[in-house]
Design a protein. Structure first.
Length: 369
């Protein structure tokens, strides 16, 4: 990545509005966004509600997307994203992104898209096989336009998104080599905690997914969270309290790795000084799953309670949430339009603004006459 001394540090991140956001989103990226927002080390932070991208596999159900935009916006505000410090906007309201995608399509081959492991996984998960919507197939290109429109230098995301970022970097390099240095290569910013790279579902499946019903949502009430935790997948071989248990692949301990802090033991489980001691006891036997689950419930409720309380406050004035989104869209569109102008100029398709082109052709045709 070429970094100029005066290059601004800019973040772009976002989510598809296909439902409420869950704790997998929270530890994978949302919590980090708030930390980065409050760190003061970035010049601009753009948070995108990716409705157009969500329509690539929900085209027949636009109402689902329409209703969930407000859910995602409420989740954003309730976790602490501040519209005074970051720009929250809706993807479809920035038409410049479509035009950028159209130009980038000429820089990417079909075979390159087919090799993208993230796209392959998503296609299998949705059972698209040969009936892949073109919009879905090309969404790595759409994502590249989202990132480059705002000249983002940093994209906080889970490790599964690295192939997408690499595709963006390839497009940037090819565009800049062909037309001149206009676009910025982004870098991925992975979670610090390895347990947060990909939080499994409550059933132990690799991915937390709305469709699988194995999520704990940020907006779930305390009782719903407790139920989810108490039915969480553990070690199937740990049948009795005295049996030795396995930590690896044990969802409860994976969640503790992601959420637990040393001070939680003094507050909720003073018999143990830290998580390592809890794990050691579980491994040698004599520690029941229920006790560990109750501890996880206390830890997670402490994290989620302030989020739930803030969400209830924001829910009291939905028109204001839409005003926040509209202001964000207006600010985002201004930036995207500026990038598109640079792109058109570099591609030499800014015909009406190119006085030299018009004058040169006028002179040429005069000579012919």
């Amino acid at each position: 990545m070429k970094i100029h001394v005066d290059m601004k540090k800019i973040i772009l991140s976002g989510d598809r509005p296909t439902g409420r956001l869950h704790v997998g989103h929270y530890v994978g990226s949302l919590k980090r966004r708030v930390e980065l927002q409050n760190s003061g080390t970035f010049d601009k932070i753009y948070i995108m509600i990716a409705d157009a991208q969500a329509l690539t596999d929900n085209a027949s159900n636009p109402e689902k997307i329409r209703q969930n935009i407000i859910e995602v916006a409420l989740d954003y505000l309730s976790i602490g994203l501040d519209p005074e410090k970051c720009t929250i906007f809706i993807q479809s309201q920035i038409p410049e992104l479509c035009e950028l995608s159209f130009y980038y399509m000429n820089l990417v081959t079909v075979s390159r898209l087919q090799r993208n492991p993230t796209v392959k996984t998503e296609i299998q998960m949705r059972n698209f096989e040969t009936s892949i919507p073109v919009g879905f197939f090309t969404y790595p290109i759409s994502q590249a336009s989202d990132i480059t429109a705002f000249k983002a230098t940093t994209v906080p995301a889970g490790e599964d998104q690295e192939p997408m970022l690499e595709q963006t970097r390839e497009i940037v390099r090819r565009f800049n080599a062909t037309y001149g240095e206009v676009l910025v290569e982004p870098e991925i910013l992975l979670p610090d905690n390895s347990a947060c790279l990909r939080l499994p579902g409550t059933d132990g499946k690799a991915k937390m997914s709305k469709s699988l019903g194995n999520c704990i949502y940020l907006s779930d009430d305390a009782e719903e969270v407790r139920k989810r935790i108490m039915t969480m997948f553990t070690d199937p071989g740990h049948l009795r309290v005295e049996d030795p248990g396995k930590i690896e692949g044990n969802t409860v301990f994976t969640y503790l790795d992601a959420f637990c802090r040393p001070e939680h033991f003094a507050a909720y489980l003073p018999d143990y000084p830290n998580l390592d001691e809890l794990k050691a006891h579980y491994r040698r036997g004599g520690l029941g799953d229920v006790k560990v689950k109750k501890f996880l419930n206390s830890v997670l409720q402490e994290e989620l309670e302030p989020i739930r309380a803030r969400r209830k406050e924001f829910e009291q004035d939905i028109p204001e949430i839409y005003r926040i989104l509209k202001r964000g869209c207006e600010a985002a569109r201004e930036v995207a339009a500026s990038t598109l102008s640079d792109v058109r100029k570099a591609m030499r398709i800014d015909y009406f603004d190119d006085a030299e082109l018009i004058a040169g052709q006028a002179e040429s045709f005069k000579k012919k006459g």
